[in-house]
Design a protein around this ligand. Sequence first.
Ligand code: NAD
Ligand code: MG
Ligand code: MG
Ligand code: MG
Ligand code: ZN
Length: 457
Amino acid sequence: MASVQVSPKDEMLARFLDAAATGNVAKVSAMITHSSSLINESGENGWTALMLGARNGHFKVVQTLLTNGCDKSSVNKSGQTAYDIARFWGHKHIASLLANSRGGNSHHLLPSSGTEGHENYFSREYLNRMSEKRTDSPWLKAKQSSPASVYILFFNLNPLVTSGADGAGESERDFKLCKLRWGTVKELLTKPGTTVIFLGVEKQVKFASQPPVEDEDGLTAWFALNAEDNPMEDLQFPSPNCFFLKSTFPALLQLSSDEAGVIAQARSVLAWHNRYSFCPTCGSRTKIDEGGYKRTCLKEDCRSLQGIHNTCYPRVDPVVIMLVIHPDGDQCLLGRKKTFPVGMYSCLAGFIEPGEVIEEAVRREVEEESGIKVGPVQYVSSQPWPMPSSLMIGCLAVAESTDIKVDENEIEEARWFTRQQVIDVFTKNSKPAFSMAPRQAIAHQLIKHWIGVNANL
Ligand SMILES: NC(=O)c1ccc[n+]([C@@H]2O[C@H](COP(=O)([O-])OP(=O)(O)OC[C@H]3O[C@@H](n4cnc5c(N)ncnc54)[C@H](O)[C@@H]3O)[C@@H](O)[C@H]2O)c1
Ligand SMILES: [Mg+2]
Ligand SMILES: [Mg+2]
Ligand SMILES: [Mg+2]
Ligand SMILES: [Zn+2]
């Protein structure tokens, strides 16, 4: 009996399809490098390598084929695409990968809701900054000595606060800013190491504790002071319960929303003065201008006096912080730094570099820290983080790969957590898989946003 002749071409195709069906990524990759036309060839019943990889749940095979330009739209003799097959067999993240790479769009994994209504801790603008008044010296001078003006005091960049809750641990307390009057701080204002900045005027509502003193123009100005030496001995404080916060974190997270916003502004500007004592261009002495919003070099021929220079103004360091969503849409990537409390995981974050847009910074930082490649990025909300002057730019992002490889210099571990594990942490349903950053951190709000929007929590 004559045996059926198999051509070398058919034999190669059979080996290629078998490699895809059994998840042999190395072989698939090697064969398409050697013979690129194989990639879209079909065998029995019109099944391509992509369909076989999708059928058997081989994510990396599918990914390799897609990366090498495989046609995702081909159908088998039953009219199914690789995407249909992956869905039918329940390989959700392969289906997502295929769906996303159809036209390269995985935006459907991102919530379509707007970002209005997001208010993060440290974000509330309680004061009207009135920047136009910063150059109005007579107005500023009058406001400084007005009995209606409010002073908040810092020592070592820690605010003077009062706390009602006796005996409670520092982290559970509700701190309130001590609002001082000119009469109390006027001696301090004359001391050489004291920095004073104008914060703005109260928008409308006054703090209940504030005495009803008003200026003629009806504007209550706020100033912030940073003292170089501990001012406690020299000053008479209105309440014996006033004290300077000892630690910045987490104590600064225990203020009311109104006061946290004022602290974000004041602490960042004061920290800038504290750390930029001399002209960054020539090293000479500087003087403080514009209500504390500018430092001008005192050396006449300094280059920083020619034109406008960012070295003269308070700095803000933009940081991207992102919740990365798995291609299956049902998991998110969280990491932990060595310094985190045991069991705590949070969003990845990193400073934006010069010449970089937000989206690219998200992609670079995620890949640097976790090895994950990121596709679409969606802005959600932002948060000033006055330690000393970051602006956290909160985003959701969709991963295009899933294998984690952490940069151990930056983070200790990164993991995918399922939506259910995250929900369990929020609802305290069962033994949680991890602990969350505090609610005042934008990381917490980003995670909640993802869960809330997708799971109607
Ligand atoms: N609010 C939140 O929920 C939240 C969450 C995570 C991180 N953060 C803050 O985000 C910031 C950045 O995150 P990261 O540390 O992961 O960044 P990162 O991943 O970029 O790594 C930090 C390193 O970047 C370098 N760097 C570059 N520019 C810098 C700059 N302007 N200031 C300081 N270091 C700079 C330093 O070597 C530093 O060690 C941190 O300050 C952190 O406090 C806030
Ligand atoms: Mg980093
Ligand atoms: Mg980082
Ligand atoms: Mg970085
Ligand atoms: Zn100079």
